[in-house]
Each structure stands twice: as structure tokens, then as C-alpha cells.
Design a protein around this ligand. Structure first.
Ligand SMILES: [Zn+2]
Ligand SMILES: [Zn+2]
Length: 77
């Protein structure tokens, strides 16, 4: 039993995610995404797939990276 750190739900099927050395507890992937998923530097959507990264900026897809002037990135499949 653990309490979700996003919505406060006390749920018996909660799970932990360890990211950069700290552990977070959630009751659902929706809450985990809300708390942990990075946002695309161009369109602002949550990056929950592989995404692409350049110079510390994260984009949801190569198209968004291109819109921000980052050339040569390709979607990782
Ligand atoms: Zn929750
Ligand atoms: Zn995007």
C-alpha cells in the first residue's frame, strides 16, 4: 500500500519509479507521466515515447526538433 504522490490516491497496486536517484510512488501511469515525463521543447506535449534529444533539449519527434532549428535528428524507432 502506498499513496500516489500526484493525486494522493491510496492504492494497493501502486508502483515506484526511480529517476536520477530519487524514488517516486504512483498509482497509475497517467500520474507517473504527469510527474515525470519531459515536455517537447517545441510543441509542449508530453514526451512519453522515445523522443529525440539535442543539446539538453527534448523533442517529441524529429519534426519538432527541425522546427526549432535542430538539424540531422531522426526519430528513433
Ligand atoms: Zn495518482
Ligand atoms: Zn513536439
Amino acid at each position: 500500500m502506498a499513496v500516489c504522490e500526484v493525486c494522493g490516491n491510496d492504492y494497493d497496486k501502486s508502483f515506484d519509479v526511480t529517476l536520477e536517484g530519487s524514488t517516486h510512488t504512483f498509482d497509475s501511469f497517467e500520474c507517473a507521466i504527469h510527474a515525470l515525463a519531459p515536455t517537447c521543447s517545441h510543441c509542449g506535449c508530453r514526451v512519453i515515447g522515445h523522443g529525440v534529444e539535442s543539446d539538453g533539449r527534448i523533442f517529441c519527434c524529429a519534426h519538432c526538433a527541425g522546427q526549432e532549428g535542430v538539424a540531422g535528428l531522426q526519430d528513433r524507432a
